[in-house]
Design a binder for this molecule. Structure first.
Ligand code: MG
Length: 199
């Protein structure tokens, strides 16, 4: 059986660094003339780093391309995606990054040898995941996980400070790293093969 894997980019393929010294915090510290620290465990960058929305806009305008191009890939993702590709599965990247960052994103993926078949820039991920017949989705944003799971698609939710308050459910499995993602993909495939044998 071949599967379509839906994969987010930021926080899933990228290594944003530790909670208290992430690439976002580092770049904000360079940009603002005061010390920026993580204040609140939320996905909302303005709230998380206690800056106002105007400051966030200014920061995004000035620094987002620098963040996207300089962020490092996360350990093991490339190797594990290469194995999945070799086994014949489809790797469909769905990112909420704005379409204007497409060529930068493609360059980053190529520079880091990350294999994939399709790349979509889409903020509203759940309908696209359903349309693309995604078998399993990997994301780090809790709200995405809940919406995708509501389409009856299993999700692996990568643990981050902004989803620490959610432990998962029968459709959503929390994972800490790509070793755990790999283990859970193998489990998903073997369970699915077993279920289709019974049906
Ligand atoms: Mg993400």
């Amino acid at each position: 059986m071949k599967y379509n894997f839906g994969i987010d980019i930021d926080g899933v393929l990228t290594d944003e660094g530790p909670d208290n010294n992430s690439i976002w915090q580092q770049k904000m510290n360079e940009f603002f003339e005061r010390e920026i620290t993580l204040k609140e465990y939320t996905y909302d960058l303005a709230k998380a780093f206690a800056i106002n929305n105007q400051e966030l806009n200014d920061f995004i305008q000035a620094k987002i391309e620098e963040v996207y191009s300089s962020v490092k890939p996360i350990n093991k993702a490339r190797e594990i995606l290469a194995e999945l590709e070799k086994e014949g599965h489809r790797l469909i990247l769905i990112t909420a990054r704005h379409e204007e960052h497409r060529s930068l994103t493609e360059k980053w993926l190529n520079d880091h040898n990350i294999p994939y078949h399709e790349l979509y820039h889409e903020h509203d991920k759940a309908p696209l995941a359903a349309k693309k017949n995604i078998s399993l989705f990997i994301d780090d944003k809790k709200e995405n996980a809940l919406e995708i799971a509501a389409k009856d698609i299993p999700v692996f939710l990568v643990s981050k400070y902004h989803n620490y308050d959610f432990n998962g459910n029968n459709k959503i499995t929390k994972v800490n790293n790509w070793d755990e993602i790999k283990e859970n993909i193998e489990l998903f495939i073997s369970k699915d093969a077993h279920a289709s044998k019974l049906s």
